[in-house]
Write a protein that binds this ligand. Structure first.
Ligand SMILES: Cc1cc2nc3c(=O)[nH]c(=O)nc-3n(C[C@H](O)[C@H](O)[C@H](O)COP(=O)(O)OP(=O)(O)OC[C@H]3O[C@@H](n4cnc5c(N)ncnc54)[C@H](O)[C@@H]3O)c2cc1C
Length: 385
């Protein structure tokens, strides 16, 4: 029977960066994916500077645009325009990013098998195309629809959002109007928003929100397109996917198995971003897995507390902002207009603060306003603002 120190199921941003870190530390790593690479994944492909800072290598070869301008509107009405002296977000395409990340993992020493069928028998035994493999640890990085969490009784208290996106080539649009610009349209989808992200040869247009919005997403996307002079019939690669968000009680590790990224429900509730969280959970998982393999830990279970420590403050602020925005969109938008609020958003995107609670002075007070709105919104029959 083949034997590896670690098997990682799923080679998205979470799986391949975990594989990279473990292989660099000289673990024998098997990285496996059911899809044949290069493969795409429904995603806006926005890589915040905060996310990029998590990586131990540059992603320069797959960067298609750099965001320094932000246009944020409320329900196709009032808008906030901000110019930043620094790059807040890189734009890439997942087909390119994910292949690049896998290449880094392989260069670091991980063995990669794609287009395979994976069956999980236990935390120490799986089958790859029917062939048994024995492992010292198992990492589930198989995303929103994966098998690892389900098979091993991990996850659990995850709620799902849903998003739909498509691409429009620049032949249909003036590219100069879009390069370097991130457009967010707030309040147009319950529990979410619409976006337009610039890429090298096209814009990516999408909408996301609460799971029950699924049947309405095509209509929301059409409306977004109409408002921006985009013919929605011209959109290509139209795809939807789940946005898994963990709630208290989500189990992230048991024995010698753990889950990372979307498989752990690590998506940020308010932005719908998950690549930063995929990189963070991969780093924490790699650290705990090495401790297990080196005999410094008996299980992978301490990983769950490490994730909570690092991501819960941000996720909790995200839930508050999401609830407040849903219930009091105009009031939240008014707070967002304050220059002080923009500075907090900028610092969050840049990774200069890890969560809003780290801000001080006037910035902190602006964040407290949003928390107060969230508290009001959570009360039964909240008063209308
Ligand atoms: C429409 C949309 C737009 C988004 N836009 C952004 C954005 O702009 N920025 C951002 O930060 N986040 C965004 N997100 C979230 C982001 O896409 C995810 O958080 C991210 O992909 C999570 O990475 P992951 O590695 O955990 O999982 P994934 O990227 O989903 O990778 C999982 C991998 O596991 C493989 N797999 C699944 N099942 C199996 C199996 N049974 N056996 C073997 N392999 C398996 C899959 O083939 C896949 O390669 C968006 C999400 C959606 C839906």
């Amino acid at each position: 029977m083949e034997r590896y120190d670690v098997a990682i199921v799923g080679a998205g941003p979470a799986g391949s960066t975990a594989a990279y870190r473990l292989a660099r530390a000289r673990a024998r790593v098997l990285l496996i994916d059911k899809a044949r690479f290069p493969r795409d994944k429904p995603c806006g492909g926005g890589l915040t500077t905060r996310a990029v800072r998590q990586l131990p290598f540059s992603v320069e070869p797959v960067v298609e645009d750099r965001i320094t301008r932000t246009r944020c509107r409320l329900r196709y009405g009032p808008k906030i325009e901000r110019q930043s002296p620094r790059v807040l977000c890189l734009m890439t395409q997942r087909r390119r990013l994910d292949s690049f990340l896998v290449e880094q993992a392989v260069a670091a020493g991980a063995e990669f098998r794609d287009g395979v069928h994976v069956t999980i028998d236990s935390e120490s035994e799986l089958r790859v195309d029917g062939e048994p493999v024995e492992v010292g640890a198992l990492i589930g990085a198989d995303g929103a629809n994966g098998i690892t969490a389900r098979t091993l009784g991990l996850g659990g208290a995850i709620v799902n959002g849903v998003a739909l996106e498509g691409n429009l080539p620049y032949e249909e649009l003036p590219p100069d109007a879009w390069h370097g610009l991130l457009v967010l349209e707030l309040g147009v989808v319950p529990g979410g928003y619409g976006w337009i992200f610039p890429k090298g040869e096209h814009v990516n247009v999408g909408v996301g929100g609460w799971a029950h919005q699924g049947p309405q997403l095509r209509r929301h996307l059409r409306t977004l397109c109409e408002h921006y002079g985009i013919d929605s019939r011209q959109l290509s690669d139209l795809r939807g996917h789940r946005l898994p968000m963990r709630r208290p009680g989500t189990v992230l590790a048991r024995g010698r198995a753990l889950v990372i990224g979307d498989a752990a429900g690590a998506i940020d509730p308010v932005s719908g971003d998950g690549i930063y969280e995929a990189f963070v959970t991969a780093r924490l998982a790699a650290e705990q897995t090495l401790a297990l393999l080196e005999g410094a830990a008996e299980t992978l279970e301490p990983y769950e507390a490490a994730v909570r420590r690092e991501l819960d403050p941000l996720a909790s602020a995200g839930w508050s902002a999401k609830v407040a925005l849903d219930r009091y969109p105009r009031a939240v938008f008014a707070v967002m207009r304050l220059p002080i609020t923009w500075r907090v958003i900028e610092k969050l995107l840049l990774g200069e603060v890890s969560h809003p609670g780290e801000t001080r002075g006037a910035s902190r007070r602006a964040m407290q306003l949003i928390e107060t709105l969230a508290r009001l919104a959570r009360r039964p029959r909240a008063a209308v603002a």
